[in-house]
Design a protein around this ligand. Structure first.
Ligand code: DX5
Ligand code: ZN
Length: 218
């Protein structure tokens, strides 16, 4: 595993009226991934976007598209998300009846497969599906909204997931309420991809996003 910390700005916090500029700006500012939060109004209360929007953004950048599916029945549209340009497709354990099958299907299509874990969910299941994993996403807020407060108890969970992953080539991503203050704690606990919405797009508004991205990485 490459030890460099990757920053994945979540465009949920960006200005949707100028997504073209927002994508180019985060790319210029040194973002590693673009984090795309898909919400269906069912698995989570909120609604965002689906494959057509991801497909139109795909023409703007070569950055890795990190697609986080907060949807019930994720199997229904996996092909569409991959065809739209997802490089990593992450499903929630709480939304999958046959998680190993879903993950191995994603991998069979040449896409990296991730599993996301809500704050209340246990992690022991990871041992049973570890062969089909490219990424584990530890939710550090309850999914559905940007701008929420980081749940401190998740630090211990990140460490436990890191122990399970051990030396395997599997990313450990954290998502929700990540900011300049807690970034060092989550990195110390083992995270190597930091999703950040508000702390990239909504602080230091009159300066470059580079300041915010660099601050998280340090
Ligand atoms: C929450 C989403 C997050 C969210 C992060 O359900 O999965 O990706 O956009 O936003 P911040 O960084 O503002 O908590
Ligand atoms: Zn997310």
């Amino acid at each position: 595993m490459n030890n460099k910390i990757k920053i994945a700005p979540s465009i949920l916090a960006s200005d949707f009226s100028k997504l073209n500029d927002e994508i180019h700006d985060i790319e210029g500012a040194g973002a590693d991934f673009v984090h795309l939060d898909v919400m269906d109004g069912h698995f989570v209360p909120n609604l965002t976007f689906g494959p057509p929007l991801i497909k139109s953004l795909r023409n703007l950048t070569n950055l890795t598209f990190d697609v986080h599916l907060m949807v019930s029945n994720p199997d229904d549209l996996i092909d569409e998300y991959i065809e739209a340009g997802a490089d990593i497709l992450t499903v929630h354990v709480e939304a999958c009846n046959h998680l190993a099958r879903t993950l191995s299907y994603i991998q069979s299509k040449g896409c990296k497969a991730g599993v996301a874990i809500n704050p209340h969910s246990d992690i022991q299941f990871l041992n049973n599906i570890i062969e089909n994993l490219d990424l584990v996403l530890v939710m550090t807020v309850n999914p559905g909204f940007g701008g929420q407060k980081f749940i401190d108890a998740m630090i211990k969970k990140i460490s436990s997931v890191s122990e399970i992953i051990s030396s395997r080539d599997i990313y450990l991503e954290v998502d929700g309420g990540i900011n300049q203050e807690n970034a060092k704690d989550v990195i110390k606990a083992g995270a190597n991809i930091l999703v950040a919405g508000s702390s990239v797009f909504k602080v230091n508004k009159n300066t470059s996003y580079k300041i915010n991205i660099d601050a998280l990485r340090k």
